[in-house]
Write a protein that binds this ligand. Structure first.
Ligand code: GLN
Length: 488
């Protein structure tokens, strides 16, 4: 059986360049693997093998004509169901968009096409990216490939599971409060959230616009860096996108940036609620960096404990506004039961949205309502500024910050689904990074006794992706956790 599907982008790029394989062979290996295991993993909501093979064929023809487009040319990349891919379904794992097919490509997808990537499949997620376990999908629950009884994390659970299970070489997800990093940690893969504005949000279905960012899942830090290089850049179609600053040839910089670094460890991230095996793994990682000559600095991010409450005000407020467009009139589910305009709105929304989405819309509408706006929304915005201030102060002293990605490893399906607050705490270590707009990456740092992956989070300065990648890459070079794969 072919093992092309479990290789890295850089390995495959070298094989393609040397004429040792073809994009069609790689894409076929990924398709075959998906057919073999996705009945168990359920990472994909839909896929279009014929379309993927046609893209692969075009890549092989380009290469044969001496016109290869670079390291991503011919590599199959899976896409979270919240990013628009022309002529493919875009459902956000919601009944609301059950029959919607996108007429256009998101900017990040268009850029991947320019780099020659093969766009492959639609990956499962929590409905409208709200959740931490992928159990809020209206269609199916994705299993964690390391233990099928457990969840893959969320909301980009399908994107993380697909890489872990070898159903894609790499994937894209989105991260509003941790939705790339937390599932990456729980599935034992690399997942990265860029500085806010570095990647265009055009064609990403908005959840909380001031927090949402697109980012890669991959097997290695280098692969994530290659994907970032292809996707970044200011976009006239997204007024919040920003021209990149500093070093952006991230993959090449891995060879030159070798530390030693000053690394901050925030005491607030090791207190109550952290699983002892997660804590031990992260402490070992910190010791490893120290042994390599890095200076480990104890830092404090004093407003961290307010990050989850602030997030659930800011994110729900923005969601209530963004999701107002799903009204039963335009491209969404339309209730059969309505016979006037108002009931058309209310019934279509009542039928189309799942419970968690409704909960957030209600909460967000409440915090924005007159009389409560000052008490909740405005205050949350002020505390958000304090959280950014904590990071700014810390980064006066250190090059990057090390923390656990998730307080626990993967949990059992159903364990937190009836307890929204327990679910919300899954992102306690990732959310403040979104509130501050910073880049961060999760990389595998070990396994629990029972064989579940653990993730280390490296947080960088704004536009400090090159250093953040280099810090993460150094750890990956010294360990082989990233190369382990689940048996399926
Ligand atoms: N789990 C968080 C939430 O439910 C974060 C989700 C995300 O990053 N999209 O909102």
């Amino acid at each position: 059986m072919s093992t092309l599907n479990s290789k890295t982008i850089s390995e495959l790029a070298a094989m393609l360049a040397a004429g040792e394989t073809t994009s069609v062979a790689i894409t076929q290996a990924v398709i075959d693997r998906t057919v073999a295991v996705d009945g168990q993993v359920k990472a994909f909501l839909s896929s279009d093998p014929a379309d993927a093979l046609a893209q692969a064929q075009a890549s092989d023809e380009r290469r044969a004509a001496g016109q290869s487009l670079g390291p991503l040319d011919g590599i199959p990349i899976g896409i979270k169901d919240t990013l628009a891919v022309k002529d493919q379904p875009l459902r956000c794992a919601s009944k609301m968009l059950e029959h919607y097919v996108s007429p256009f490509d998101a900017t990040c997808i268009a850029k991947l096409r320019v780099a020659g990537a093969v766009i492959w499949g639609r990956l499962n997620m929590d409905e409208f990216a709200m959740g931490s376990s992928t159990e809020n999908s209206a269609y199916q629950t994705t299993a964690n490939p390391w233990n099928l009884e457990t969840i893959p994390g969320g909301s980009s659970g399908g994107s993380a599971a697909a890489v872990a299970a070898g159903e894609a070489i790499a994937t894209l997800g989105t991260d509003t409060g941790g939705s790339i990093r937390q599932p990456a940690a729980l599935c034992g893969v690399v997942g990265m959230k860029p500085t806010y504005g570095l990647i265009s949000r055009y064609g990403l279905v908005a959840f909380a616009s001031s927090l949402d960012q697109v980012g890669p899942f991959a097997r290695t830090v280098e692969d994530a860096a290659l994907l970032m290089e292809a996707m970044l850049g200011q976009d006239p179609l997204d007024s919040t996108s920003i021209a990149p600053q500093g070093e952006t040839r991230y993959a090449a910089a891995l060879q030159t940036k070798r530390g030693p670094w000053k690394l901050g460890v925030p005491k607030e991230f090791f207190g109550e609620g952290i699983d002892p095996e997660v804590k031990a793994s992260i402490e070992q990682a910190i010791d490893w960096y120290r042994d390599q000559g890095c200076e480990i600095v104890d830092i404090s991010l004093p407003h961290s404990e307010l990050a989850v409450p602030v997030y659930y005000i800011v994110a729900t407020a923005e969601a209530s506004s963004n999701l107002a467009r799903f009204d039963g009139v335009r491209y969404t589910h339309r209730s059969e039961a309505a016979n006037d305009a108002l009931t058309l709105f209310t019934k279509s929304r009542g039928e189309g949205f799942g419970d968690e989405v409704k909960r957030r819309i209600i909460l967000g509408t409440y915090v924005l309502s007159s009389g409560y706006y000052d008490a909740y929304y405005l205050r949350a915005q002020k505390v958000r500024r304090l959280i950014l201030g904590d990071f700014e102060k810390a980064f006066e002293q250190v090059d990057a910050i090390l923390t656990p990605t998730s307080p626990t490893p993967a949990f059992k399906r159903g364990e937190r689904s009836d307890d929204p607050l327990a679910m919300y705490l899954s992102d306690v270590y990732t959310i403040s990074v979104n509130l501050a707009g910073l880049p961060a990456i999760s990389i595998p740092s070990g396994f629990t006794q029972s064989g579940l992956p653990i993730g280390l989070q490296v947080i960088g300065k704004a536009f400090g992706e090159a250093d953040m990648f280099a810090v993460a890459h150094a750890f990956e070079q010294g360990h082989d956790y990233w190369a382990k794969t689940p048996t399926l």
